[in-house]
Design a protein around this ligand. Structure first.
Ligand SMILES: [Fe+2]
Length: 218
């Protein structure tokens, strides 16, 4: 599965989770090389295999997910959410809206997943820091990114910029859009299925190697 934490304020945060069918995206699938400008107009190659068989595909899996979260590393003070079902209708995603958090404080979480009938998968741990009170002065740095191309990955597991950004210890990263182009690279995302599951999918484990990490589901 993968997780990401966003919309962090001094008291709240949203933890995004998605259950994937495999620990990593499909690195051995059918690759359609190039970008749209490499092909004559209206002669773009089309995906002729199921989307899950394309290189970079990351199909989801139905199941259940819940979170434990608190301010201690060992989660000894943690609260636990209800189990939430995820299915194809939600692209196997659930967003946990956490509230009542402590200002300017490290928070730790562990997501648990299971199959639809409750068979445990694995767990994944993460952490984030809430914003300080709006009235509290402070110095901080943050990162901004946009306009990312799937073929421009710096290494097989993602874009090198993310470890570089993380090394700067930013307070947060602002992802402003065009996270991964769906129209420049092949196959062009001409359907919701291709946009969600096809190459460069932002839900793929490893696509954002530092900000979204993955664990085997089985
Ligand atoms: Fe762009």
């Amino acid at each position: 599965m993968g997780t990401r934490v966003g919309e962090i304020t001094d008291r709240s945060a949203i933890i995004w989770t998605r259950i994937s069918a495999a620990p990593v995206r499909n690195n051995e699938g059918n690759l359609i090389p190039g970008r749209t400008q490499d092909y004559p107009s209206k002669q773009l190659p089309k995906a002729n295999v199921p989307v899950g068989q394309l290189e970079g595909a990351c199909p989801g899996a139905p199941g259940r997910v819940r979170l434990r979260y608190g301010t201690k590393v060992d989660l000894s003070d943690s609260q636990t959410t209800d189990w939430m079902d995820v299915s194809e209708a939600s692209d196997f995603i659930h967003q946990f809206a956490l509230d009542g958090l402590k200002q300017g404080t490290n928070h730790y979480y562990e997501s648990e997943t299971s199959s639809v009938d409750g068979k445990p998968h694995s767990t994944f741990r993460g952490e984030f820091v809430t914003a300080p009170a709006a009235s509290a002065p402070g110095n901080f740095s943050f990162c901004v990114m946009t306009c990312q191309g799937y073929p421009d990955r710096g290494h097989p597991d993602g874009h090198s910029i993310y470890p570089a950004m993380l090394a700067m210890k930013p307070a947060f990263a602002c992802l402003t859009g065009d996270l991964v182009y769906y129209d420049n690279d092949m196959p062009r995302a001409t359907s919701p299925e291709l946009a969600i599951t096809g190459n460069g999918c932002s839900a793929c484990p490893g696509s954002f190697s530092s900000t979204a990490t993955s664990e085997p589901t089985g």
